[in-house]
Structure formats: structure tokens, C-alpha cells
Design a protein around this ligand. Structure first.
Ligand code: NAD
Length: 366
């Protein structure tokens, strides 16, 4: 095991790659980003310029040949997670894979198996496990603040993703359930102490963005956990006004509500507008709710610091490939339940699906 700062290579150079680079810069004592790889000429160089990253590659496989890189973060479209994870592991690099974990359960199993065989860590980038407000809620729950918790809700909503590939289910695997339902499932599972998921029921549809995608833009998911607790996950790509992310926790002895953005914002009215309010907010004129310390409030820097400390053996991974695999199984069950119109029991192991949304739309859907 090396010492000093963990040397990191980032795959991807746009939205989430920028968050990774910024996060390592915000908490620089454990890790440093030494390389970035992205295929569109100029894009990796631009990110590198912004964050002072010394090495730039067009092909991530070349970056994987750099012997000093110990950990790779994958911030590329979902359909590439499997190949990139396995390539990085075979090059002896520890892996941080973005959500959602993979396109199929077979892919997820392969990623876990290859990382285990190569003796590298496979860490799953679910930042809600590190979101300070949500961590506080879980600490209180674990101290008994709410008595026996029977219902946990998580919801994430905005008006649709920033990149074209999200709308193309062959690259994303599905719509908003795949993209943000993965956060809600992970949150409820983690919050409740990782009980087995017994069933998933989803109601979903494409209400606003049918011109762009066959993916769903509204979903309500209900998850039954062993031990009797319920998770409720509500996600939208059809909500105007920028990002909305919130939780609710109900027990026989108490309740708590967390609104990530509105709860950390300055209620603001401006005639002229200003620079930036919050992720995906369309404007800053009139009433708006600018957040401060956005990355910190989400937990991204804390998450990346934790992963680097895991590579050094200072901490044990709190968000793993196994977590990603559990969430992916629930995603698949959710799509299947929307197709059937009834809840689907877990374990759920669909055969021959290319992507989770096929459980709802059928494999023939383009
Ligand atoms: N944790 C979160 O809250 C969060 C938020 C946004 C995105 N994500 C996840 O991060 C991943 C990337 O999403 P994004 O928002 O950054 O998308 P994006 O469209 O902004 O960027 C995608 C990046 O992938 C790169 N890429 C595409 N093909 C590649 C290849 N063959 N080799 C290397 N790089 C390649 C593109 O060049 C681009 O830089 C997705 O899995 C997404 O679900 C997570």
C-alpha cells in the first residue's frame, strides 16, 4: 500500500467529472487528481485547465497504463460503467463508479467479480450516504430519535438532464427511475440499515418529454423492506424550477423532514438576475433560491475523501459495488412492476434484458 496522497485519474470531463475534480480540490489532503481522460478533443484539456490537472488523455485505456494512478473515478454514461470498471480493475486501479451501477445485473456481477479477483476496491459513488443533512438524520434515527422507523421517503426532481445521452435509453438504461430512483432506493436502504428489499412497486409514465425519449419522466416507487419498513421514492424530470431534493422520516416516536436545497438557500428576489442559483435552475430573475456550498451540502467532497482514505486502508468503504448491485436489482424490479401493474418480489433476476427499462417497455422498444 502506498502512502502520501492517493493519485487519481478521472474518466469523463463534463458534469460529474467536474464535480469529482472540484471535490478533490475542496478536500485536498488525502488525494490529488493527476489525470483526466475523455474522448472529445479539447474537453479533458478544458477540465484539466480549470483544476490544474497535469495529464490529459483522449483514450481512458491509455490513462490506465500510468503506473502511479491508484484510483480511477468513472463519470461517463451508464452503458460504459461495466467496461470501464473491468478495464480499470485489470489495470490494478481501485474503482469509484458513478450511479446507477450498471445496465444489467449480469454486468453488475461481473464488475464485482473482476474487482474482487484483481484485489481492488469497487466503490459506488452514492453521495447521499455522505450528505451532511441526511447523515445527521440517520444519526438521530440510530440514536432512537424517531422510535421505530416505519416510513422513509426520498425525492429528487428537476426538468430533465443536461446531456443528450440520458434521453437515449440504450446509453442510460432508462429514464428518471434509473437516473434518480437509484438515489432514492439507495437512501432508503442505507437509512434503514440495509435490510433486505422484499418487493418494489412503481407507477411511471412519460408526461412531458415524449418528444425526446421513451424513458419515464415521472415515477413513484414503493419499496417493502424486511422488518416491515416502507420506502417511498418519488422522482421527476418534469419539475420546473431547478433541482429539488428532500427526505422525510416517520417513526412511532418522531419525525424529521430534510429539504436539501430550499433548506440551505437564501430566499431571493432579483429584477436583474445574477450568476448561479442551484443545479438546473433555468433563471435567476424574480424569486429564486440560491444555495451556498452546494457540493459540500451534497457530500461530494466528503465522499471522495472517504474513498481515498479507503484506498489507504484508513477507512472501510461505506458505499460499495454490492450496494450498487442491490439498488440495480430494485431498479429492474421497479420497471418490471410498472410493466405488470403489480409489485414484484425480490430476489428478482430478469433473464436476457439489455437494460432495466425493457422490463417496462419490452425489449423491442428502441
Ligand atoms: N452522483 C450524482 O449525483 C450524479 C450526477 C450527475 C451524473 N452522475 C453520473 O455520472 C455519469 C456521467 O454523467 P454526467 O452528468 O457527467 O454526463 P455528461 O454528459 O455531463 O458527461 C459524460 C462524460 O462522459 C464522457 N465519455 C463518453 N464516452 C466516453 C469514453 N468512451 N471514454 C471516456 N469518457 C467518455 C464524455 O466525454 C463526457 O465527458 C453518469 O453515470 C451519471 O449517472 C451522477
Amino acid at each position: 500500500m502506498g502512502n502520501g496522497k492517493v493519485k487519481v485519474g478521472i474518466i469523463g470531463s463534463k458534469f460529474e467529472a467536474d464535480i469529482h475534480a472540484a471535490s478533490f480540490q475542496l478536500m485536498p489532503e488525502e488525494a490529488e487528481v493527476v489525470a483526466v481522460a475523455s474522448p472529445t478533443p479539447g474537453n479533458a484539456a478544458e477540465l484539466a485547465g480549470r483544476y490544474g490537472i497535469p495529464r490529459v488523455f483522449l483514450d481512458y485505456r491509455e490513462m490506465l497504463r500510468e503506473p502511479d494512478i491508484e484510483m480511477v473515478t468513472i463519470a461517463a454514461p451508464n452503458a460504459l460503467h461495466r467496461q470501464m470498471t473491468c478495464d480499470a480493475a485489470r489495470a490494478g486501479k481501485h474503482v469509484v463508479c458513478e450511479k446507477p451501477f450498471a445496465m444489467t445485473l449480469e454486468e453488475g456481477d461481473e464488475m464485482i467479480d473482476v474487482c474482487r479477483a484483481e484485489g481492488v476496491l469497487l466503490m459506488y459513488a452514492e453521495e447521499l450516504f455522505f450528505t451532511p443533512k441526511y447523515v445527521k438524520a440517520k444519526e438521530m434515527a440510530d440514536q432512537g430519535a424517531f422510535g421505530k422507523v416505519h416510513l422513509v421517503k426520498q425525492s429528487e426532481k428537476h426538468f430533465g438532464p443536461h446531456g443528450d445521452w440520458f434521453w437515449d435509453v440504450s446509453k442510460s438504461g432508462g429514464g428518471v427511475w434509473m437516473d434518480m430512483g437509484c438515489h432514492g432506493i439507495a437512501f432508503c436502504y442505507w437509512f434503514l440499515g440495509r435490510p433486505k428489499i422484499e418487493s418494489v412497486y412503481c407507477q411511471m409514465g412519460t408526461y412531458v418529454h415524449g418528444d425526446k425519449t421513451i424513458g419515464e419522466d415521472e415515477v413513484i416507487g414503493i419499496i417493502e423492506f424486511a422488518g416491515g419498513a416502507l420506502g417511498m421514492v418519488e422522482d421527476s424530470w418534469a419539475r420546473r424550477g431547478g433541482m429539488d431534493d428532500r427526505i422525510e422520516v416517520f417513526g412511532d416516536g418522531g419525525v424529521t423532514y430534510g429539504n436539501l436545497h430550499m433548506g440551505n438557500a437564501l430566499p431571493t428576489y432579483s429584477e436583474s438576475g445574477y450568476g448561479y442559483a442551484v443545479e438546473k435552475a433555468p433563471s435567476t430573475t424574480g424569486w429564486s433560491y440560491p444555495v451556498f456550498e452546494e457540493l459540500w451540502n451534497y457530500g461530494f467532497p466528503q465522499e471522495m475523501r472517504h474513498f481515498a482514505r479507503c484506498v489507504r486502508g484508513k477507512e472501510t468503504p461505506q458505499a460499495t459495488g454490492e450496494d450498487g448491485r442491490v439498488v440495480l436489482e430494485a431498479l429492474c424490479a421497479g420497471y418490471a412492476s410498472a410493466g405488470l401493474g403489480s409489485k414484484v418480489a425480490l430476489p428478482y433476476r430478469p433473464k436476457g434484458l439489455r437494460r432495466p427499462i425493457d422490463g417496462w417497455k419490452g425489449a423491442a422498444a428502441k
